[in-house]
Design a protein around this ligand. Structure first.
Ligand code: 8YV
Length: 313
């Protein structure tokens, strides 16, 4: 039997990519000198696309592959995949939930502590020999803070339970109140930001959460407030955030995600009250291996005519 043909739209964890490439007839879109010619040459036989959360796949790209049956995403967030087109054309979409929850939640806490206790700034302080001239200024404390989580899904819950270990009070915003948690519920992000001293974005990206952390929410969080984002750049009004951080209207921010990655605005890079990280929430060896295995398992399920393991659409 001939091997199934896979178009690899986005790079993922190399050891698992190597495994996938041994099992199937794989073609790297990013490495093709003529991408249109590659897609055209696969159009009559390519049933599977593998992509990642950042790259996704557009409706136009899916339309060029009339035999397409599965888009397997390396990542839990599928906001960069045109799900409506996939639904309308009977194309299944899979993602990689659960396996990355703990590492992403850990990253939120790392950024939170790093931002509040100014860990990267302290590192620079030591390296640049400034300690020799006197101690580093004192910082904020995470202890006893009110923390508002935007999105109490799998990752939001994992963040909330970690926050409890730091003697904080947790509130959350989401489309629905959860009956199994005792955290304070808000049906409005601005109201939550007004109550909170820290806001952590942990919701999915996409149209329903676009700029949900608005200028008004950031203003409500205020000059002493701290904003953490491990979700997507699209969920916050990035322009307003930079303006407020620069002008003292917002205290500090810890960011793992941005609009238009990997391009980070120079105005943001210039600020001293931010901790920036290059979208590394899930980027540990065990988690990336588990995510890659889920991609392989979903592809195998499709090829062998079984139910997908982690189907979104
Ligand atoms: C990945 C992510 O870095 O799971 C997600 O949604 O954002 C990350 O785990 C991303 O999918 C790789 O592009």
């Amino acid at each position: 039997m001939s091997k199934a043909t896979i178009l690899l739209m986005g790079m993922f964890y190399q050891p698992k990519l190597d495994e996938l490439e041994k099992l199937y007839d794989c073609h790297r879109h990013w490495a093709a000198p003529d991408k249109d010619a590659l897609v055209a040459s696969l159009a009559d036989r390519c049933e599977i696309v593998v992509t990642n959360g950042g790259r996704g796949i557009s409706a136009q790209e899916m339309a060029q592959l009339p035999k397409l049956r599965l888009v397997a995403c390396f990542g839990v967030g599928v906001d960069a995949i045109d799900l409506d087109y996939a639904r309308q054309h009977g194309i299944a979409v899979s993602n990689t939930p659960d396996v990355l929850t703990d590492d992403v939640a850990d990253m939120a806490l790392a950024l939170l502590l790093g931002t509040m206790r100014r860990i990267p700034q302290g590192d620079r302080f030591v390296r640049e020999g400034r300690w020799l001239a006197g101690g580093m200024p004192v910082t904020r404390s995470l202890q006893r803070k009110r923390i508002g989580v935007v999105g109490l899904g799998r990752i939001g819950r994992a963040i909330a339970s970690r926050c409890e270990a730091f003697n904080t009070e947790v509130g959350y915003f989401g489309p629905n109140r959860k009956s199994d948690v005792s955290y304070k519920y808000f049906d409005d992000v601005v109201a939550m930001a007004d109550w909170a001293e820290v806001v952590i974005a942990a919701c999915p990206g996409g149209p329903s959460t676009y700029r949900i952390v608005s200028r008004a929410a950031l203003e409500a969080l205020g000059p002493d407030g701290v904003f953490i984002n491990i979700a997507r750049g699209s969920v916050v009004d990035q322009e307003a955030m930079i303006e407020l951080l620069a002008g003292g209207g917002l205290g500090a921010a810890g960011l793992d995600v941005f609009d238009n990655e990997p391009n980070v605005p120079a105005e943001l890079i210039a600020l001293d009250n931010v901790v920036l990280h290059p979208h590394q929430g899930s980027a540990t060896h065990p988690t990336r291996a588990a995510m890659g295995q889920l991609v392989i398992d979903n592809v195998a399920a499709l090829v062998e005519g079984r139910e997908l393991v982690t189907r979104v659409v």
